[in-house]
Design a protein around this ligand. Structure first.
Ligand code: 9YT
Length: 141
C-alpha cells in the first residue's frame, strides 16, 4: 500500500507548474508506481484558457470545485464544468479548457504520466514507453 498526502506533494518534485501559469498539477500516482494509470490533482487558474490535445494518452477529469468549460475543437460543442462534472478524453480529443473560477480537478491518465511532463506546443505529453501495449489492450476491448 502507498499513502501520500497533498501536504507532502506541494513543493516537491511531484508538483508541476505549467510554463504559462495556467495550471498546477500534483501527481499522487506516477508510472513507477506500476498502477497502469497516473492520478493527479490539477488546479486550473481562474480566467485562463488552455489548449490541450493528448495524442498519446486517455484522461478522465472529475471536477470537485470551481467552474469553467471545455470546448471540443472537432465538434465545436461547449460543455460547462462544475463540481460533480466528469469528462473522459477517450478519443484523443483536441480541446480548449477554460477556468472561470479556479477549478479543482481530479485526473487519471492511461498510460501513466511518468514524472514532470509538460505540454508540448500542441498541448500533448510525450508517449509512454509502453503506450502501444496499452492502446492494443484498449482496442481489444
Ligand atoms: C485537465 C488537464 O489536463 N490539465 C492539464 C494538467 C494535467 N491534468 C496534469 O498533468 O495533471
Amino acid at each position: 500500500m502507498i499513502v501520500r498526502t497533498l501536504e507532502e506533494i506541494i513543493g516537491s518534485e511531484r508538483e508541476v507548474h505549467a510554463e504559462n501559469g495556467n495550471w498546477v498539477s500534483r501527481r499522487f500516482v506516477l508510472g513507477d508506481d506500476a498502477a497502469g494509470f497516473s492520478f493527479h490533482e490539477t488546479l486550473i487558474r481562474a480566467g485562463t484558457e488552455t489548449h490541450i490535445w493528448y495524442k498519446h494518452h486517455i484522461e478522465a477529469v472529475y471536477c470537485v470545485g470551481g467552474e469553467g468549460e471545455i470546448e471540443d475543437l472537432k465538434s465545436g460543442a461547449v460543455h460547462p464544468i462544475k463540481d460533480g462534472t466528469l469528462y473522459l478524453l477517450n478519443n484523443h480529443d483536441e480541446h480548449l479548457l477554460r477556468g472561470f473560477s479556479e477549478m479543482r480537478l481530479i485526473c487519471a491518465f492511461n498510460p501513466p504520466v511518468t514524472g514532470r511532463e509538460h505540454h508540448d506546443a500542441d498541448g500533448a505529453y510525450a508517449p509512454h514507453p509502453q503506450g502501444a501495449a496499452w492502446a492494443a489492450l484498449r482496442s481489444a476491448g
